[in-house]
Design a protein around this ligand. Structure first.
Ligand code: PMV
Length: 387
């Protein structure tokens, strides 16, 4: 007989850093070597949805991610997060185990910061189940799951203050999504066969072997965080874009300086960097800000008025196939570009040696900034969530 049953569901978005987190000062607490800063994207396009059910009929705590059961034994990361939230909330869980089901609305294998959305969502929904609702507190808990997840507890632009212990290492919102409503992001999901080195293995390698890291963490990042924060507050895209691109470049430079080197960018990524740089110099100002995480996919921040034009350029230079079939665009609707401007940009790109690379981008996601996690009414339908 079911004496107790409760279910809650939440949604949390992916965030893409403009000042990158890379390296930990404490592996267990997931304290970072440097502050970082990101934009939280629109959950309509890139989000994790997690339903959590509690019942006295469940035998043990269990978790399924995209249909596959995950390790929830003691010592596993999700179990550690669950135990920690229960201990803070002082709940006795002996008779109330949980079943958790989580889904992403984008392919996990695409390497799009899925763990950030996933752990932010898990911390948020568990917190709400056990009465911990303060987003700052939840950001510290999400951090223990996957460092960058702490930034997905807020919408808009978010600063992760590195701190020096569990309590001081937390995310703080700089500006919500409505502060800069013209801000957009286009994600290029790149075809890639190679298996990435995971971020935790990569970070450890960089922090133990690269001699540039110390300078980056002590000198470069603190200055960039200050400058990009004021660029965001003043809605200054020129400065925002320059710092974003420089920080992505430096992050990949310390990856290359690691031993053995971490090679996350591929030929398509480098062609996208070239394409953005040529377009920025053609306009005589930054209209595009590329950034790359620990993988080849590009995230390009730009303003609303350049979206249609830029999508048409990407479709021109990265057709889906050699037969010229069109590159698919998911996410927000978009309009027609100015053909004359497109032709001028294409001529200039060709003149500067930017190559057309058919089939190298799988699809684009046209998106914008979004909000922090939300509770939603619609629970995931899954037999494992029944009492
Ligand atoms: O939180 P992790 O372990 O997935 O690391 C994220 C690292 C980067 O995405 C490369 C940078 C960042 O700040 O998000």
């Amino acid at each position: 007989m079911v004496l107790y049953y409760k279910i809650l569901t939440a949604r949390a978005s992916v965030n893409i850093a403009v000042i990158k987190y890379w390296g930990k000062s404490d592996e267990r607490l997931k304290l970072p070597l440097n502050d970082s800063l990101s934009g939280t994207l629109d959950s309509a396009d890139l989000c994790a949805t997690t339903s959590i059910a509690v019942s006295d009929t469940y035998q043990s705590d269990r978790l399924w991610l995209n249909g596959f059961e995950q390790d929830m034994s003691d010592g596993s990361t999700p179990k550690m997060l669950l135990d920690q939230i229960r201990s803070i909330a002082k709940v006795n869980h002996d008779n109330h185990k949980v079943h958790i089901v989580s889904h992403n609305n984008f392919p996990t294998a695409a390497g799009l910061a899925s763990s950030a959305a996933g752990y932010a969502c898990l911390a948020f929904v568990l917190g709400h189940l056990y009465g911990i609702e303060d987003p700052t507190e939840l950001s510290k808990l999400a951090r223990r799951g996957s460092g960058s997840a702490c930034r997905s507890l807020f919408g808009g632009f978010v600063h992760w203050q590195k701190g020096h212990d569990h309590d001081s290492s937390k995310a703080v919102q700089i500006a919500d999504r409505n502060h800069w409503p013209q801000m957009r992001a286009i994600i290029c999901v790149i075809n890639d066969e190679t298996k990435d080195v995971s971020s935790s293995v990569g970070m450890l390698r960089t922090s133990t072997t690269s001699s540039f890291v110390e300078h980056r963490c002590k000198v470069v990042v603190p200055d960039r965080v200050d400058r990009i924060t004021s660029a965001i507050l003043e809605r200054d895209f020129e400065r925002f874009a320059q710092i974003t691109m420089q920080d992505s470049n430096q992050f990949h430079a310390i990856c290359l300086d690691s031993y053995p080197p971490l090679l996350y960018l591929n030929d398509t990524s480098r062609e996208i960097i070239k394409l953005c740089s040529v377009i920025n110099s053609l306009f005589g100002k930054n209209v595009l800000a590329y950034t790359f995480d620990a993988g080849p996919n590009a995230c390009i921040y730009l303003l609303e008025d350049f979206v249609d034009q830029f999508i048409s350029i990407l479709q021109d230079f990265f057709p889906a196939s050699n037969q010229g079939s069109s590159l698919e665009v998911k996410g927000r609707p978009f309009g027609k570009p100015d053909e004359f401007v497109s032709k001028n940009i294409a001529d200039s790109l060709a003149l500067n040696g930017v190559r057309r690379m058919a089939g190298s981008i799988r699809y684009l996601i046209n998106t914008a900034l979004g909000e922090g996690p939300q509770l939603i009414e619609q629970h995931i339908e899954d037999a494992n969530l029944q009492p």
